[in-house]
Design a protein around this ligand. Structure first.
Ligand SMILES: [Zn+2]
Length: 183
């Protein structure tokens, strides 16, 4: 079952045929039921749809396993209150400046950068996933080697290659193409 959708229209079209899909937990068909929308709240207290909850319904003796699942629009970051576009700005700025505080400030406007180091730690944790996703991962050697940031070398090279393959909107493109959360 896909997890990320290009547009709300495509997500709704998929939901209209949800009874043909297997529950990822129990593998039975005809049990998934659309549940509530997932929202992101903006600073002006407006809410925007970023996804949809599904439920494998055990009601009315349907026999569902009760698991819940979430489908997302490509610009969502599952589990976070930020958008993929902000993470893309962080990645792009980090590639250019090699500075977590600067990249995090460009992405979020925040001057306190502790959370930026958490973002980088999450990216580091996912590097092997990114490298598996790359069509032609090059050997880790040249462009960033010998830099004054040896601890970031693998991350920098991998993000640079991903950007080369996926284009400017690296996080959204990754989520849509590989159907996996970037984080
Ligand atoms: Zn189920």
């Amino acid at each position: 079952m896909p997890k990320f959708f290009d547009t709300l229209d495509n997500l709704c079209r998929f939901l209209s045929q949800i009874n043909q899909e297997k529950c990822p937990t129990c593998q039975n068909t005809n049990l998934l039921v659309p549940h509530s929308w997932v929202y992101k709240y903006s600073s002006s207290h407006q809410r925007h749809i970023v996804g949809k909850r599904l439920w494998c319904s055990p009601r009315y003796q349907r026999g569902g396993c009760g698991a819940s699942h979430r489908l997302y629009l490509r610009f969502a970051l599952p589990g976070l209150c930020y958008l993929a576009a902000q993470l893309t700005i962080f990645v792009t700025a980090f590639l250019t400046t090699r500075s977590v505080p600067k990249a995090y400030q460009q992405a979020t406007g925040a001057t306190e950068s502790r959370n930026g180091y958490r973002w980088l730690a999450r990216i580091k944790f996912r590097v092997s996933d990114y490298r598996t996703a790359l069509a032609k991962p090059t050997t880790l050697t040249t462009s960033f080697s010998g830099a004054q940031f040896p601890q970031y070398q693998v991350v920098l090279e991998t993000l640079s290659q991903l950007k080369g393959e996926l284009g400017e909107n690296i996080c959204e493109a990754f989520q849509l193409r590989f159907q996996k959360s970037f984080f």
